[in-house]
Ligand binder design. Structure first.
Ligand code: HEM
Length: 233
């Protein structure tokens, strides 16, 4: 966009942050398609390497949203907001949509690989926590690294979600701390450009791209607690 068309001097940074985020998500999508192929072909070393790269790419949007959060003023944002595309919403972001889709495919390919090789999530969690030799075999070790890569990727996208929520609360409002604690009437909640309450983002902030991962964490906790209780009796 030419200089003369910028809404204010911060507009350029606002645009750049969006572009960097979209390019990064597009690139992550590309690498994750390769992860699916590598998993299907039992090339778990490559899958792990590409997952590491994807997590690294996920750092760009995290850094840019942090930059906005730390350096963008509410007054500057509000002066642009009304002129920006009305009813625009991040929910339309092609990068995020495609990322969600490909992560479903990655999970499916990963579960299929585990089934092919008769490996369970518990085996991988135990292998990743192994503190000494002997190694149980290369396949289990590399699959445990792949699982760890998926875990780090999910945590990286949640990190973005949480920073974005903090950014939105700094620029539009809606932080729970602003709600009156004395029982008086709650002021009208701030709304997004498409007119939705900001509190809707709280649910998205904890959204996982790999829910199966977290189910296995809970199951491991429950099983370990049960075994400890049985051992104590
Ligand atoms: C500059 C200040 C920003 C504000 C005030 C803001 C506001 C919002 C709001 C209110 C939502 C909830 C959806 C809705 O009701 O429309 C949302 C979602 C979203 N925003 Fe932002 N946003 C900002 C910056 C960014 C940036 C820099 C990006 C990067 C491209 C971004 C990408 C998204 C995405 C992808 C979603 C959907 C969330 C998800 O899929 O989990 N936003 N944003």
């Amino acid at each position: 966009m030419p200089q003369a068309k910028l809404l204010n001097p911060d507009h350029r940074m606002f645009q750049m942050v969006h572009l960097i985020s979209e390019y990064s998500w597009c690139s992550m999508h590309h690498e994750l398609c390769r992860v699916c192929n590598a998993l299907d072909e039992d090339d778990f070393v490559l899958a792990g390497r590409l997952l590491n790269r994807t997590v690294g790419l996920g750092e760009f949007p995290v850094q840019t949203v942090r930059l906005l959060q730390e350096s963008f003023s509410q007054a500057s944002f509000l002066s642009m907001r009304d002129v920006l595309m009305p009813e625009s919403t991040g929910l339309d972001s092609p990068g995020r949509r495609n990322l969600r889709r490909v992560c479903t495919a990655v999970w499916r390919a990963f579960e299929a690989a585990l089934e092919r090789h008769g490996v369970g999530h518990r085996d991988l969690i135990e292998e990743l926590g192994r503190l000494e030799a002997p190694a149980p075999g290369e396949r289990l070790a590399v699959l445990a690294e792949v699982r760890n890569g998926i875990h780090l990727l999910d945590c990286k996208t949640m990190e973005w979600n949480q920073l974005h929520l903090r950014l939105v609360r700094s620029l539009i409002g809606g932080h729970p701390a602003a709600r009156p604690g004395d029982g008086s009437a709650t002021p009208a909640e701030p709304l997004s450009m498409r007119g939705a309450p900001i509190s809707g983002l709280e649910r998205l902030a904890e959204h996982s791209l790999f829910p199966g991962l977290w189910r296995a964490v809970d199951e491991t906790y429950q099983r370990t607690s049960r075994l400890a209780a049985e051992g104590a009796n």
